[in-house]
Design a binder for this molecule. Structure first.
Ligand code: SF4
Ligand code: SF4
Length: 447
């Protein structure tokens, strides 16, 4: 195992890093579960409009494995169920009650956790809707509880601009205690629990620092569990692994202490020209409750889950199960005339054609295309930034030619869907999206 990893992508300095403070968001009158945002999931409803639910009541299940259920993040009444194209369940909206009720799943006494068998723990997490926090490294969907992976990676940081760092989501003694309880539980699943932390993150509690197995240098996505796994695996058995985000380990610990489905979330709310900060809220919160002060909603693209690999929404949207970031990107709709002829001192890019390559300051990003789509010009930008050495332009050409076996031999399944290749591509080729779709199609064919 290599304890350190440094990638040549330190030049993405994006403006909008939140201030180091946490504010409480107002309590929302409604929250939503968003099955559409769970990778590879075919959801089947377990509730109907008008049903009363408690926090922790199963709202929907995975059609492929009905043991995997997704819990309600609120107590109240199911107000609406919204569908997307082909009747995909997009949002299940719950009107919250003043005194929300919880399902009680029964917490094991502290001493019992150390003696708990793997099968009992798995069953407990499945019943309570806690299992979906554990995810598969290759396909990034919910882990298969029937598998025993070689190891589970705890990713303490998420450097996709911007997510709460560990010293923010572990800011209280209760958070630290629950994180340790969560780590203890993970040790029951797999032979190896690896904990990776960015070298840039602040020092934590000495006991947690001792549990860190991999300290990662470099910017996004050097800290991604798929990237760290890729650079450390040495046998074919290690190809499959699981991961969980650090903040979700705290939720796991809270569940094991209380026997209740936890709903709290710390979210980074950022953007170049808004008041960037960390907000304490809950899973499924409406996005409009996270921003403070007056903003013009249509001026922005509302991106949840990170700047590079997040999902686009609007002010009417909600936080997905895994999402701990909201980024507001300015959307001017203007076209920059002769942009390629300008010096570009403030253009966030990795191209050496612009002066910004010498500008060390964080730069504002916008949602404009800055040019139209065109054929690959073999510039090699995508290869330079890919953290898992896939040669994205060749893999893309294989997929377009229907040569999926060849794309797999290029390492398609190692793609961590970070989105950097598409971001740096001057021809605006949807590389990451194509890789993600092809991986998903391959996964569906296998089962
Ligand atoms: S191919 Fe693109 S999306 Fe996949 S890991 Fe490489 S840079 Fe990221
Ligand atoms: S970045 Fe785009 S244009 Fe450049 S080699 Fe890759 S796919 Fe081709």
């Amino acid at each position: 195992m290599h304890p350190k990893l440094e990638l040549p992508i330190n030049r993405f300095k994006v403006a909008g890093l939140p201030d180091h403070r946490i504010e409480n968001a107002p309590a929302p009158g409604e929250v939503a579960a968003m099955p559409e945002r769970i990778p590879l999931l075919k959801a089947r409803l377990r509730v109907d409009t008008g049903d009363r639910v408690k926090i922790g009541t199963p709202l929907y299940e995975d059609k492929k494995n009905t043991d995997i259920v997704f819990a309600s993040p609120a107590g109240g009444r199911v107000m609406d169920i919204r569908y997307g194209p082909r009747r995909v369940i997009r949002e299940i909206i719950i009107q919250t009650e003043k005194a929300e009720e919880h399902e009680d799943f029964g917490a094991p006494p502290g001493t019992e956790l150390s003696r708990m068998t793997r099968s009992r723990l798995v069953q407990m997490l499945l019943n309570a809707g806690m299992w979906p926090f554990i995810r598969d490294i290759v396909y990034r969907g919910v882990a298969d509880p029937a598998e025993t992976p070689a190891g589970i990676w705890v990713a303490m940081d998420n450097l996709d601009p911007f997510h709460p760092p560990p010293d923010i989501y572990l800011s209280t003694p209760a958070d630290l205690r629950q994180f340790k309880t969560g780590l203890q539980a993970l040790g029951i699943f797999c032979e190896h629990t690896y904990v990776s932390k960015s070298a840039k993150s602040a020092e934590l509690d000495a006991e947690i620092e001792k549990r860190v197995t991999h300290r990662v240098r470099g910017d996004f996505p050097a800290e991604d569990p798929g990237v760290v796994h890729f650079h450390n695996k040495s046998t074919a058995r290690e190809n499959r692994g699981w991961f969980i985000r650090g903040q979700d380990v705290v939720l796991l610990g809270e569940f094991l202490e209380t026997g209740r489905f936890p709903t709290r979330r710390t979210v980074a709310v950022s953007g170049a020209d808004i008041e960037s900060r960390y907000v304490s809220t809950r899973i499924g919160a409406p996005l409009h409750t996270l921003v403070s002060g007056f903003i013009e909603p249509d001026k922005y693209r509302w991106v949840t889950g990170g700047l590079f690999r997040g999902s686009s929404g609007s002010i009417e949207s909600y936080l997905g199960l895994y999402e701990t970031a909201l980024f507001l990107i300015t959307e001017s709709g203007k076209r920059e005339l002769f942009g390629f002829m300008r010096p570009g001192a403030n253009k966030p890019t990795c191209s050496r054609a612009f002066l910004s390559i010498f500008n060390p300051r964080p730069l504002p990003v916008d949602a404009d295309m800055h040019g139209s789509k065109r054929a690959c010009v073999n510039c090699g930008n995508c290869t330079r930034v890919c953290p898992v050495d896939i040669l994205p332009q060749f893999t893309y050409k294989c997929i377009r030619a229907g040569e999926i076996e060849e794309a797999l031999s290029h390492g398609l399944l190692d793609c961590v869907e970070c989105g950097l290749c598409a971001y740096v591509c001057p021809s605006k080729i949807e590389l990451c999206h194509t890789f993600q779709e092809t991986k998903h199609a391959y996964f569906r064919e296998r089962i």
